[in-house]
Ligand binder design. Structure first.
Ligand code: PLP
Length: 397
């Protein structure tokens, strides 16, 4: 049976998670763990956060029955959890508002964050404006070139974007720099991590902040008289939208869950980000989890058409859920994602981000196995505005 109490005291989900960090960070992580344990049960904190989520971020997000999309397959009813309607365009704001408010409680004046595509950087810079915090975002120099618009947005929002020139000059290296900054400035600084990854307590804390997605979904399904869903499906990068969506249903044995990883150009090429499908347990960014690595244990570069799925590891709770066989992890290629993007746009007039387009693209394999009496709920983690240039260059229409 799934236990709601995971992780254990040391931050392990079975074999995965933990804290693989230098001694200098232990005190900061302990302080954060204790503070988080307190605010989790603090009704004032939860009430204040709920107000920001509702009045600022636009929660609850809609649960929409996609009848025209369902009609494509003529099987189960398909529902979309509309995280694309959140302020800043994706679920990431749920976590940055939560950690921002926590940083205020801790008396911190300064936030550091890492970002790959810039989506988490923008959501962090946004939360820092709301809470009056100084914001420094580390970003790989290569990503800065590729994501000029998000860099500009972060600067408009008053964040300092610091380029990272080491390693592959991408997210992995930016994360290392953000951690280094935190170690040096831990007294006045909070490290605002963007997914359910990193050392304990981040995987559990970010999951809890994102669990509002699944909690709302449960109530909305009840209100629509659907009851428990038969299938939940979500894309998995670091894994925060998926775990936030799945978590409240883990104990409900009848709810089947599917996490969709990015297969890039194919899982049998070297260009993919299918960590749970093709990786092996290893250590990166302070946690033990499945990891894309070569035979010598060197971390491999991940590839995906969607920058948000382009991470060589994954949240430790997903590694645990994979091995426990509670969630099934599958893959969708760049091509599947483009098909998914087109399908939802044409069927429903909703342009999805390329990340959840992977989950939509997977429906062609899932739906034929479903029955008319069943329901499938898909987490539409973000909107596609940020990806239109990519889509335009690839679809050539
Ligand atoms: C960042 C992002 C993701 C991937 O992050 P998770 O932590 O796996 O949720 C997925 N969808 C969108 C729209 C994103 O911006």
């Amino acid at each position: 049976m799934m236990k709601k109490t995971l992780p254990d005291k040391r931050g392990y989900f079975g074999d995965f998670g933990g804290r693989y960090v230098p001694e200098t960070l232990m005190r900061a992580l302990d302080e954060l763990t204790n503070a988080y344990r307190l605010v989790r049960k603090d009704s004032n904190f939860q009430k204040e956060l709920r107000e920001y989520l509702e009045d600022y971020a636009g929660r609850p997000t809609a649960l929409y029955e996609a009848k025209r999309l369902s009609a494509v397959y003529k099987r189960a009813r398909i529902f979309l959890k509309r995280e694309d309607l959140c302020h800043t365009g994706a679920h990431k704001i749920n976590n940055t508002l939560g950690q921002g408010l926590l940083a205020v409680r801790l008396g911190k004046k300064r936030i550091v964050a890492e970002t790959g595509a810039g989506q988490h950087g923008v959501a962090t810079a946004t939360a820092c404006r709301v809470f009056g915090l100084k914001c420094v975002v580390y970003m790989g120099a290569l990503d800065i070139e590729r994501q000029a618009l998000n860099v500009y947005k972060m600067r408009l929002l008053g964040a300092e974007v610091r380029p990272v020139y080491s390693g592959s000059r991408t997210l992995k290296d930016a994360t290392n720099e953000a951690i280094r900054d935190w170690v040096t400035n831990v007294d006045d600084t909070h490290y605002l991590l963007g997914s359910v990854v990193g050392p304990h307590p981040y995987p559990a804390m970010v999951r809890d902040f994102q669990s509002t997605i699944g909690d709302e979904t449960r109530g909305q399904l009840r209100k629509k008289r659907v009851g428990l869903p038969d299938y939940l499906i979500a894309c998995v990068g670091g894994g925060s939208n998926a775990i936030g969506f799945f978590h409240t249903f883990l104990k409900d044995r009848g709810v089947r869950m599917i996490g969709v990883e990015a297969a890039g150009k194919g899982v049998n090429t070297r260009e993919h980000a299918a960590t749970l499908t093709k990786g092996f347990p290893g250590i990166l960014h302070g946690m033990k989890s499945y990891l894309l690595q070569n035979r010598d244990g060197q971390v491999e570069l991940a590839h995906s058409i969607s920058a948000g799925l382009d991470y060589p590891s994954v949240g430790p709770e997903h590694s645990y859920l994979k091995d426990a066989k509670r969630v099934r992890y599958v893959t969708a290629t760049d091509r599947d994602a483009l098909d998914g993007f087109k399908l939802l746009t044409e069927a429903e007039g909703i342009m999805p981000a390329l990340e959840p387009s992977h989950a939509i693209g997977y429906l062609k394999r899932l739906m034929p196995k479903t029955k008319k009496s069943e329901s499938v709920v898909l987490c539409l983690s973000g909107r596609g505005d940020k990806d239109i240039d990519t889509v335009k260059s690839l679809l050539k229409t």
